[in-house]
Design a protein around this ligand. Structure first.
Ligand code: ATP
Ligand code: MG
Length: 264
């Protein structure tokens, strides 16, 4: 039995083989110790492959025999595996954007990969601002609330400034959150919708700049921050297309690291 464990800042992702197929599971990081103790008891003879920010902690304290796979390599190899599985054909060079607690950009060129950029805007931002704005730290609860929100109540759009013919699209954001300066007609749901939009815009703008620097046009978005969050996916997809990037999303993409740790 072989196991791939990706222990990141927020979630633990586990991949293991069963009857020739990958089985995938995730746990909150608050359950790290229970999970490690349980695995140690039940999967004592399994070959353990660790990756993610807490891989070294797990090796030292629970699985001394385990192999640690660098997070960058695991994420990229796992994503390549899932791309092949979904039969998504991309050019030789493309960007992999992992929207985890924070966000990382990888340049993939064949099986060569390199982390080329990072940003603190990620799933942790959604959770943290969600807590501040809505008062909840429940992921599903927050994700459900986005649909009730209207970002235009909070964001200042170009058409709010240019009432006549504008030099750029009226629906573009002039300034995120700026409308809150002079109106109180917005709910926490509106503010949350605005947050998700700001994340999508920022991640796509950084992807665009990176793609220009490396002369490519295809992007693959992965990470647990996309789970059930259709607004974020829609934002990433439409802004990517708008700036000339072709967006791709992977089935089970949040398990790229765990799968990569297992197969490399
Ligand atoms: P990093 O790679 O940055 O160290 P990570 O690997 O833990 O962190 P991911 O698991 O890819 O990151 O994504 C974490 C994000 O996924 C959270 O910040 C949150 O926005 C989102 N998320 C999705 N499902 C859940 C859940 N059930 N509980 C908490 N967060 C969730
Ligand atoms: Mg991660």
């Amino acid at each position: 039995q072989r196991l791939g464990i990706d222990a990141g800042g927020s979630l633990i992702k586990i991949a293991f083989e069963q009857n020739g197929q990958f089985r995938l599971k995730k746990y909150p990081i608050s359950e790290l110790k229970e999970m490690a103790n349980w695995l140690k008891m039940t999967a004592g003879n399994a070959e353990i492959n660790l990756t993610g920010g807490r891989a070294d902690y797990l090796k030292e304290n629970y699985f001394q025999q385990a192999r640690v796979v660098p997070e960058f390599k695991a994420s990229c190899e796992g994503a390549i595996y899932l791309l092949n599985k979904d039969e998504i054909k991309l050019g030789a060079k493309y960007l992999l954007v992992n929207i985890g607690t924070g966000t990382s950009w990888y340049l993939i060129d064949g099986h060569k990969n390199e982390r080329i950029l990072g940003s603190g805007i990620g799933g942790g931002t959604f959770m943290g601002l969600g807590k501040l704005l809505v008062g909840s730290d429940d992921y599903q609860n927050l994700v459900d609330l986005i649909k009730e929100g209207d970002r235009e109540k909070v964001d200042l759009l170009v058409k709010d400034i240019y009432h006549s013919e504008s030099p750029i699209g009226g629906d573009l954001t002039a300034s995120n959150f700026a409308k809150a300066t002079f109106t109180n007609e917005h709910t926490p749901a509106d503010q949350l919708a605005s947050t998700v939009n700001m994340m999508a815009e920022t991640i796509v703008l950084l992807s665009k700049q990176t793609s220009v620097a490396h002369q490519l046009s295809e992007v693959v978005y992965i990470g647990s921050s996309l789970i059930g969050n259709q607004s974020l996916k829609d934002g990433l997809a439409s802004y990517s297309t708008m700036v000339g990037l072709s967006p791709n999303f992977l089935q089970d993409g949040e398990y790229s690291g765990a799968i990569g740790a297992l197969i490399v």
